[in-house]
Design a protein around this ligand. Sequence first.
Ligand SMILES: *[C@@H]1O[C@H](CO)[C@@H](O)[C@H](O)[C@H]1NC(C)=O
Ligand SMILES: *[C@@H]1O[C@H](CO)[C@@H](O)[C@H](O)[C@H]1NC(C)=O
Length: 170
Amino acid sequence: MKFLTSLALLASAVAANPILRTRNSTSNFHLKTTGADNENHNNLCVYGYHTGAGFNDAVLTSDVGTASPAFLNGTNVQFDLDTPFPWGLYMIAQSNYASWEPVEINTGYGSSDFSVKDGNLQWPEDQGFGGWLVCDWYHNAPQLFYLWKYYKPTIPSSCSKVQLSVESTA
Ligand SMILES: *[C@@H]1O[C@H](CO)[C@@H](O)[C@H](O)[C@H]1NC(C)=O
Ligand SMILES: *[C@@H]1O[C@H](CO)[C@@H](O)[C@H](O)[C@H]1NC(C)=O
């Protein structure tokens, strides 16, 4: 409980600004979409869109200056958001029989077991990962999801399967 309380206190220090400010650092990378059939879903970078204290949806922008710089910590993907506490990439667990699930950038170290293969960010298939999906969604912008590999998705025309390429910001 002590940990939760201090996390909540830290999280409440985050300004209620939908776009988290980023830090100028050279060891970071951006997560950038490639390989979409819809050109509008390519060359977009992941950033944290504030949804509540300590919580962000992984939304996409064509503005590199808005993108959240990421770094690998072991097999975790974290974001450098200029706060004294960490932000991690979270693959939200499948719990609703849906064909795809949200990806969030929340306080903490995030989900583990990420890897980079051929320059693209991957998560293990045996954890249900069926690839990345981008959909025009309710923040009035494209948003990142991951496909749940055990269901066959009917992909709406507003969504595209993508790769997430790891592009150095240096
Ligand atoms: C930001 O990084 C660049 C190099 O990538 C450096 O030249 C510049 O001084 C940095 N700015 C600040 C405010 O640290
Ligand atoms: C990397 O993760 C470990 C926990 O697994 C944590 O103790 C450490 O502070 C993290 N490093 C950074 C730079 O956040």
